[in-house]
Design a protein around this ligand. Sequence first.
Ligand code: CAA
Length: 410
Amino acid sequence: MVDLTLTDEQEDLRELAHSFAEKDIRKVAWEFDEDSTWPQEIVEKAWEIGLMNTHIDEAYGGPGLDYLSGCLIEEEMGWGCSGIGTSLMANSLASTPVSLGGSEEVKEEYLGMLTEGPALASFCLTEPDAGSDVSGMKTTAVKKGDKWVLNGSKCFITNGGYADWFTVYAKTDKDAGHRGISAFVVPKDDTVTVDKKEDKLGQRASNTATITFNETEIPAGNLLGEENHGFKLAMMTLDRTRPGVAAMAVGIARAAFEYAAEYSKERVQFGVPIAMHQAVAFMIADMATKVEAARLLVWQSGILLDQGKRNTLAASHAKRFAADSAMEVTVDAVQVYGGYGFIKEYPVEKLMRDAKIMQLYEGTSQIQRLVIAKEILMGRQADEETPEAKAKKAEASANGSGSAKDAATA
Ligand code: CAA
């Protein structure tokens, strides 16, 4: 029988994350949204109590938590405020390609920076003309002696204005489409400029910036994985982060559902609480079902990774359904509040604005459908092993002498 019971550790972690979301995030969330305030103190406290960088391996100072645990934390962050939650969780997106493809030295240096202090890192994939179509990117990396030289601009970069280092995707063979992209770790220096901070509809407490690399030189060893294998590294990264993003969407939806359910019991129209009107009660019921169903898809997509199985299909199911559900549930929450739902004094309009980005970042809902269709129609095996699982097996059979990086980039 399938058992969805969490371990004691997972329950404790969820409780810790919930308490942090309630006491440290929610109480400032609406104010931070209005002023678009960067949540520095919250970042520092979240780092201090261990709610950031949860997937970084113990060998590099992280807790090496499982993916399901990461999803539990992200749901609570989304429930507290997904703008602040995105600021806290973006390190995972930037550090995953390093964990998957970095040399020992690179992992020690850059993952170490994130675990030794509340440092931040950003994932630089998107460009003005390369959003869903990753292979259309124009940023270049050219090998000069023992260095790579990067030039180009990346947009919509989460935490870009505050990052200490960046995972950057660049063309290393401009005629080879997706097979001509490589990934690099780039520390912040004077050649890396923050050109623009976006003024956004929602998630206004998160920092979203344009970052430009101007003749930026990095050591040859900062290449992640193999040259021209960056596209696959990006896709493998998104497989690992989309469950968490989907979990954050569940958190937004849950918050909207809770507010709407409470309000429907208090608001009286036609002589009874509006919850007594079936039109409203059914909306509340549908919200609850969407939250539960989305969470199950999220857990499945995380658990598959924890079992060492490829989760591409499950991650896209989870991201697509949770993001679309968050949008639907928050729109309905505004509807339950009626005219008050449209007023900033009430909580649900922020949730509706925040939910919109869930259908856009880390792959739009349309891209998730594209991935789902490809996975189904191409008949890929859902239980294919992940490179991490293969690397563990290889290491075990080589009696500790195998290299995780070799297996990850094979
Ligand atoms: N794991 C490993 N390899 C994969 C893979 C996966 N999940 N998915 C695809 N690949 C491989 C394929 O096997 C194929 O390999 P070969 O070169 O050996 O043939 C190669 O990658 C190309 O695959 P496809 O033909 O399926 O690629 P495509 O171009 O048709 O489709 C796409 C790719 C799904 C559209 C992809 O480009 C995509 O996901 N786009 C969306 C990008 C995205 O999510 N951007 C968000 C940026 S992050 C962000 O939002 C920032 C933030 O701060 C929050």
